[in-house]
Design a protein around this ligand. Structure first.
Ligand code: CTP
Ligand code: MG
Length: 382
């Protein structure tokens, strides 16, 4: 074992705001901290990943981390450098990469460069040039621009010889106020810190605009997928029928294990198909007593949860109800509104159409209702 990644997640995210600290909030179906852990765990040169969390953040951390192999979370301190110092006590490897949980995306090439730099240096950090004009502002007026020659933005992960970092933090962290990273502590102590090229993907999520940028970046990389659904239920016994989540007066009812809402079943299957998550029978087997007489909005809501839980976005669903009667037209608006409500979509993202089969076949003989559906979703790029 040579390299441990130490991810500090003990902050409160005050500049980001919101009820949950930013590192535990969901981004594309996964907590920010989990993105960071996965990015570092996936690198072949990283042997162990440990996470430092705030006192009282245990439940949020557990939910964010799931079954990821990071050992027990370490409880951090009131400042970032205290959190790092406490985390370092649990690091047993020769080298350590200290990383902010608030930087969810870490390209493997940056880790390659940092680890390569450790061959020749005791400390290395990723940096990016500053492309904008640089000046100071008192909040109202600007000074003359400063020269940006040689100015860089310093990111994490920051790579160190563990023993050196422990030694320096022990001697200098309190003396230097609240350093915002470990490289600053080393520099303040006069020690050299090598630089490697950073990556804009590593930019920290600090204020709400950063969150919007990360979301837009993830959405731009999403893949559009479609899924088909088809279902049939035969008429049996007296009405009404459940169709599109609403009750429609009809002389005959539909037979089925659940409430036999053929339209919601077809849309449920379309969503599961788009996400390649099996089919309705697999998730809600008719043999299972739990689903006997079940209201089908539960199936549809569950399919939507599965899509969104995997970081997906539901863009649109469209369906065609095939029957001679009941007539769908008078109920179309109510069905669209109900389906949109179950899926947490706008009505404009839901389409319901209907057709007869010109009295041909089983639907033409009024023996049952068939329904086709199609769903369009976006999912995170693999
Ligand atoms: N951090 C930490 N312990 C602290 C303070 C910060 O482990 N006492 C971590 C944060 O969780 C974050 C990283 O250090 O992953 C970078 O800090 P920052 O972006 O400042 O996060 P917060 O301190 O949480 O945010 P803010 O300063 O806006 O409150
Ligand atoms: Mg902070």
């Amino acid at each position: 074992m040579n390299v441990t990644a130490l991810i500090v997640a003990a902050g409160s995210g005050s500049r980001m705001g919101g009820e949950t600290p930013k590192q535990y909030r969901m981004l594309a179906g996964k907590a920010v901290l989990a993105h960071a852990v996965d990015a570092l765990s996936a690198h072949p040169r990283i042997d162990a990943v440990r996470v430092v969390i705030g006192a009282g953040q245990e439940a949020e951390a557990r939910a964010a981390l799931g079954t990821r192999a990071v050992g027990d979370p370490i409880i951090g301190g009131a400042t970032r450098s205290q959190s790092v110092a406490r985390g370092l006590a649990a690091v047993a490897t020769r080298h350590v990469l200290v990383h902010d949980a608030a930087r969810p995306f870490c390209p493997p090439a940056v880790i390659d460069r940092l680890i390569a730099a450790l061959d020749d240096h005791a400390a290395a950090v990723p940096v990016l040039a500053v492309p904008d004009t640089v000046a100071r502002s008192d909040g109202v007026f600007l000074t003359l621009p400063e020269s940006r020659d040689g100015l860089v933005r310093v990111q994490t992960p920051q790579a160190f010889l563990t023993a050196d970092l422990v030694d320096i933090l022990g001697r200098h962290s309190s003396a230097d106020g609240a350093p915002t990273d470990e490289a600053s502590v080393l520099r303040a102590a006069g020690l050299p810190v090598a630089t490697v090229e950073g990556d804009p993907l590593l930019d920290k999520l600090t204020v709400p605009a950063d969150w919007a940028r990360a979301q837009a970046m993830l959405e731009a990389r999403m893949i559009s997928r479609t899924g088909l659904g088809f279902d049939v239920h035969g008429f049996k016994g007296p009405g009404p029928v459940m169709l599109g989540g609403i009750e429609i007066a009809h002389d005959k009812g539909l037979a089925g294990h659940s409430d036999a809402d053929v339209l919601l079943h077809a849309i449920t299957d379309a969503l599961l198909g788009a996400a390649a998550l099996g089919d309705i029978g697999e998730h809600f087997p008719p043999s299972d007593e739990r689903w006997k007489g079940a209201s089908s909005d539960r199936f549809l809501a569950h399919a939507a949860d599965l899509v969104r839980g995997a970081g997906g976005i539901i863009d649109h669903v469209d369906a065609t109800v095939i029957c001679e009667a009941p007539k769908v037209g008078p109920h179309r608006a109510a069905m669209r509104a109900r389906i949109a409500a179950i899926l947490a979509l706008a009505d404009g993202q839901v389409s319901v159409k209907a057709t007869t089969t010109e009295k041909l076949g089983f639907t033409g003989r009024r023996e049952g209702i068939a329904c086709q559906a199609i769903a369009t979703i976006r999912t995170p790029a693999p």
